[in-house]
Ligand binder design. Sequence first.
Ligand SMILES: Nc1ncnc2c1ncn2[C@@H]1O[C@H](COP(=O)(O)OP(=O)(O)O)[C@@H](O)[C@H]1O
Ligand SMILES: [Mg+2]
Length: 266
Amino acid sequence: MTGINVAFGGVLALTDVSVTVEPGQVHGLIGPNGAGKTTLFNVACGLVRPTSGRIVWRGEEMRRLKPSKLTSLGIARTLQGVGLFPGMTVLENVMVGAHRHAHAGFGSALLALPTSDKDERLLRERAMRALTELNAGHYAGRYPGSLPYPVQKRVALARALVAEPELLLLDEPASGLSEDEMHELGELIRSVVGRMSVLLVEHHMDLVMRVCDRITVLDSGKQIAAGTPAEVQADPAVTEAYLGDAVDAEADAAELTHADGGRPHA
Ligand SMILES: Nc1ncnc2c1ncn2[C@@H]1O[C@H](COP(=O)(O)OP(=O)(O)O)[C@@H](O)[C@H]1O
Ligand SMILES: [Mg+2]
């Protein structure tokens, strides 16, 4: 993404931001609240159309990137929160993510209804493998609403991974996770980079510093720093931007200690 500008009404949410996710790398996008991280993420998934700027994917300029085309372009995403279908089992939720590999027509693929028993069986196996990889295989027959929040997040990730994307987009995947769960998530992200690139939007600095190859820092819609974790950490502009955000970080920490009370459901 090059020279991306986004304006909402009169508000400039992004000003001349450029981010390139290199193949096989984890690219972190960080910055204080309101910096424009989610907006840039939404540009990358076609949910927000930039006022100006270029999006190039696989060497081709994407003039009209549509969210519905992402999977066929080899891009998968998880959104802030969880976003599972409450009326479907865990396995069915993950099967929806696998439709790129099914030989079904558009309508039936959307509903994860394969055209043949063989397709159905392959899809099921693929979805089961993704769940097992995320240590959630034993929840396959359950409904998302009955599962703890961290498990729901693993299922959402399985749904993104099952399409075997070339690029995985993650918006705040660590929100609502404990320290241990966050550590597991970090290991998981590192374990998939052999197969895909990752754009990671996250405000937990320790996670970002541990798993990212490169980092872009936004503040008030502008890019204030970019580089390796060490370079970004040593940048005084970053420290300064984050000082103002310390209050928000404390509020987040307080929310976490209130156990399940504040956790959203699917
Ligand atoms: N749909 C929208 N309409 C108007 N303003 C928006 C919209 N989405 C985001 N903004 C504004 O754009 C700025 C960046 O927001 P966002 O990308 O959500 O930041 P972050 O994810 O870094 O916290 C904020 O000032 C926010 O209020
Ligand atoms: Mg956000």
